[in-house]
Design a protein around this ligand. Structure first.
Ligand SMILES: [Zn+2]
Length: 354
């Protein structure tokens, strides 16, 4: 039997509903036989190696999903907030429990989008990425300047994973690797490596407010579309990740050596997707994001999240169904590439474990 994440009997309902990063990690992991057959590891406390060098958001706590209590069943198609799950989780490591490494990779892959990177003062320019969260999850250029440090976020967590493994804490080895893979997947995402088309920026007809709204709307719309496809069990996305991860494993390459080319390929796909959403879904979509405000105290991700249900209704209208072929095709290319990188990253670490 060939399962998808949302109907895999090995995963408790309490952990759902599932989000894009979890689908991406799940399918990439499923392609790697060695990783999937590694024995369980004991759940341990966080050794907190990076604390002095890499601060975590003041609201962040490490929850332990190994200890769960299911108490509701949310509708996956209308869930947009990572914080709302079917279960509650422990805030202390449940001693005596063990878990499969591949499950650690999957269930903690959304963690960097919770509070881990929020409410920090990282850089004077972080406002342009919507706050400290965006700063650590993006990297793009605007004339003369680079914004965001996602490649560094990837490396720091990869190094913390290595350190945890070397010191016998395999559990946090996998958990840091899961975080690292999140940033790596973000770097394959066109909207994380490019802010907006250059020609668009030059059009002075837009106010700062309009520009912020349009850029946020196009980015979030693409997220909503991709996530919905995963939740529908869309086979081409699953196959793209499986295929990519297989290739990444076989090539046994060093992820770092291929990072720049990977980012470049994602960057090239930005304009086509940006203009496609703007031209095909246009005003309907912008209306859904009407409340976005660059001067709000809330960070951009929190604001866009509040518009997601309206945006999903605008995108997935009956009349729009014929518009998805283009997006499906370009997203298959993107996910194949992401799969390659995650496959290489995960198999590199798996091959060192016994
Ligand atoms: Zn992210």
């Amino acid at each position: 039997m060939n399962y998808s994440l949302h109907n895999d009997p090995n995963l408790p309902l309490a952990w759902g509903p599932w989000f894009s990063h979890e689908y991406i990690t799940y399918f990439a992991a499923q392609a790697l036989e060695r990783l999937m057959s590694l024995p369980n590891v004991p759940v341990l406390p966080n050794p907190r190696y990076g604390d002095k060098l890499w601060s975590t958001g003041p609201k962040h706590i490490d929850v332990y999903k190994e200890n769960y209590h299911a108490h509701r069943q949310l509708d996956p198609l209308w869930s947009f907030d990572y914080r709302k799950r079917n279960g509650d989780f422990a805030s202390e490591p449940p001693l005596g429990k063990t878990i499969e490494p591949w499950k650690v990779l999957v269930i903690y892959s959304t963690e960097p989008d919770l509070y881990l990177d929020c409410d920090l003062n990282l850089h004077k320019n972080q406002k342009i990425t919507g706050g400290s969260h965006g700063w650590r999850h993006m990297q793009f250029k605007l004339p003369g300047m680079t914004f965001g440090i996602a490649p560094q976020s990837f490396r720091v967590h990869k190094d913390m994973a290595k350190l945890a493994f070397e010191n016998g804490n395999d559990y946090w080895g996998w958990r840091n690797l899961s975080r690292s893979a999140h940033y790596l997947a973000d770097l394959g995402h066109p909207f994380h490596v490019k802010a907006l088309p250059g020609a668009f920026l030059m059009k002075k007809i837009f106010s700062r407010q309009d520009l912020f709204k349009i850029v946020s709307a196009m980015h979030q719309s693409y997220e909503i579309y991709t996530e919905r496809r995963f939740r529908e069990g869309f086979e081409p996305f699953k196959q793209a990740l499986l295929r990519g991860a297989h290739e990444g494993q076989a090539a046994a390459r060093d992820v770092q050596d291929h990072l720049q080319a990977y980012i470049k390929r994602a960057e090239k796909k930005h304009n086509p997707i940006f203009y496609y959403f703007l031209d095909q879904f246009g005003q309907d979509l912008l209306d859904a994001f009407g409340q976005m405000d660059p001067n709000s105290q809330l960070d951009a991700a929190t604001q866009t999240n509040r518009c997601s249900a309206d945006a999903a209704r605008a995108i997935f209208k009956e009349a729009n169904l014929s518009k998805f072929a283009f997006l499906d095709k370009i997203t298959v290319e993107i996910l194949t590439d992401v799969g390659r990188m995650l496959g290489a990253l995960f198999s590199g670490f798996s091959s060192l474990r016994k």
